[in-house]
Design a binder for this molecule. Structure first.
Ligand SMILES: Cc1cc2nc3c(=O)[nH]c(=O)nc-3n(C[C@H](O)[C@H](O)[C@H](O)COP(=O)(O)OP(=O)(O)OC[C@H]3O[C@@H](n4cnc5c(N)ncnc54)[C@H](O)[C@@H]3O)c2cc1C
Length: 213
């Protein structure tokens, strides 16, 4: 990656995607600021079932990307010091006959692409999920390499790693990127005067974004 001086990179969004990008950049010694309009971890990421799977991902390029993502999680779990990563496999089943046929088709296609997923019969289902009461089952499958993490732990660990690497986080309302005239104030620079007169302050210390207050 080409570096432009020592200006920090701003990563917008402190969910799992932005936080992971920020840690990867910080690990490469790139100064950065992670900004979030709210408190990171309030949006989609903490709601996720956090299943790590490439099953059913289509077309092929998306499937391959998902496989690459799956392969990186063990290393990522170690980097973050443990985020509940476990490769327990995932069982899917359908009751409705048509949905069962659809699932069977997806399993066949996934197996053609080399994905480790196998059909399971009723006895197999009971063995895999002894406590489950699945009701009528038209088709079931076990994706043996699918995994799981704890999204809250991933977010907390990313943010801790980021701080430890010297990255900064600006969150909860202090971080609206609004450089322009707002309530009559104009953007200024450290050596410019405010118009109308006011105090020129760096909104984000360390960043070249200044506003009149
Ligand atoms: C119910 C549910 C189940 C799911 N299950 C799975 C699953 O099993 N497996 C799986 O892989 N995925 C699953 N997902 C999807 C997964 O949760 C998302 O793909 C992932 O969390 C997206 O992460 P993100 O960081 O892009 O977004 P988010 O977690 O939504 O974070 C985005 C952040 O950006 C901030 N932001 C947005 N706009 C701005 C702005 N203009 N300025 C500053 N900050 C801004 C927001 O405040 C937020 O904190 C599920 C999702 C849901 C809802």
């Amino acid at each position: 990656m080409e570096r432009v001086g020592r200006s920090p990179v701003v990563v917008v969004g402190g969910g799992i995607v932005g936080s992971a990008i920020a840690v990867h950049l910080a690990d490469r010694g790139i100064p950065l600021v992670l900004v979030d309009q709210d408190w990171p971890g309030h949006a989609a990421s903490p709601l996720s079932f956090a299943s790590i799977s490439a099953f059913g991902k289509d077309p092929l390029a998306y499937y391959e990307l998902a496989c690459g993502g799956m392969a990186s999680w063990a290393r990522w779990d170690r980097r973050l010091g443990g985020v509940g990563y476990r490769r327990t496999g995932e069982v899917r089943w359908m009751s409705d006959p048509q949905e069962g046929r659809d699932l069977a088709e997806r399993v066949t296609r996934a197996r053609q692409w080399g994905y480790p997923v196998v059909p399971v019969d009723e006895a197999g289902l009971e063995r895999l999920l002894p406590a489950a009461v699945p009701g009528p089952v038209s088709f079931a499958a076990h994706a043996v390499s699918d995994a799981q993490v704890e999204p809250d732990q991933v977010l907390a660990a990313c943010h801790a790693a980021l701080r430890a690497a010297g990255g900064r986080m600006l969150t909860s309302g202090s971080t609206t990127l609004a450089c322009g005239s707002r309530s009559g104030a104009k953007c200024c620079g450290p050596r410019q005067r405010c118009s109308p007169p006011g105090r020129c302050r760096s909104r984000w210390p360390g960043l070249s974004v200044w506003t009149c207050r």
